[in-house]
Design a protein around this ligand. Sequence first.
Ligand code: C2E
Ligand code: CA
Ligand code: CA
Ligand code: CA
Length: 268
Amino acid sequence: AKRNGRNRFEYFQPELDAAARRRRTMEMDLRTALHLGQLQLHYQPIIDQQHGQISGYEALMRWHHPLNGLVMPMDFIPLAEETGLIHEVGARALNLACQEAASWNTEQTVAVNLSPVQFRNPELVRIVALALQDSALEPRRLELEITESVLLDNSDGNIETLKRLKALGVNIALDDFGTGYSSLSYLRSFAFDRIKIDKSFINDMVDSPEAMSIVRAITGMSSSLQIKTTAEGVETEEQLRQLQAQGCSHFQGFLFGHPQPANERKRQ
Ligand code: C2E
Ligand code: CA
Ligand code: CA
Ligand code: CA
């Protein structure tokens, strides 16, 4: 029984074992969820400030767990990333979002979040191309949201991947802008179609002149670069008023609508 030397000690640490077992159970649950279609998308409207209309939706994943009810992404996306299941989870999100959006009788766009881990898959571009092909969704109606971390690791390779994705005709948005290691040089290395200002700035803006100045700087810079700006997490009329004054082009937040299943999504 001691054949494996030190590794065998693992066996005698009940706490470690319990945590590891919980993770294993959840991983198996998530695998089952994928196959049983328990992973669904909710759609949150994005409002165009010029026309006051819904220009598109962000697709946000939800796990309808038979025992635990609705599980939010922060409770399973990190696990999916650690275990590599994110490749299947991400493909599910792409396929479902493209299929559902293709069935809407509108020009509205659908935005899908891509995990930085998905960029390690050399098949990523092909997976996106197939999702478009299978659904017959016009590529310009699909937007892919990435975070700055994609530009941090393996940046040359990932920028190349972004260019190939863009060549499919889809749009690329830089999510959570202003957090993490934001660097303006990213905006030179790739022509993003949209910047999403992180909701922490929108939240602080009304009370913090600094947050407000940052929002103003981002919208000013974006508009001169002809990049759309979406303010995330808009919850109040006061925030909206200030964002409009700053020239922000799009808004997203509970003020306009919560994420909802496709057939219950807010239409206007
Ligand atoms: P995110 O991409 O930054 O998405 C925006 C989050 O803000 C969503 O949380 C949304 O429900 C929430 N939100 C929207 N409006 C408001 C508001 O007015 N106030 C506040 N406080 N929150 C608002 P959610 O759905 O829990 O998703 C959390 C994160 O999980 C997302 O952040 C994204 O990073 C990740 N995620 C969601 N779906 C997917 C997916 O299909 N694939 C991947 N890789 N990540 C996903
Ligand atoms: Ca997002
Ligand atoms: Ca975001
Ligand atoms: Ca976020």
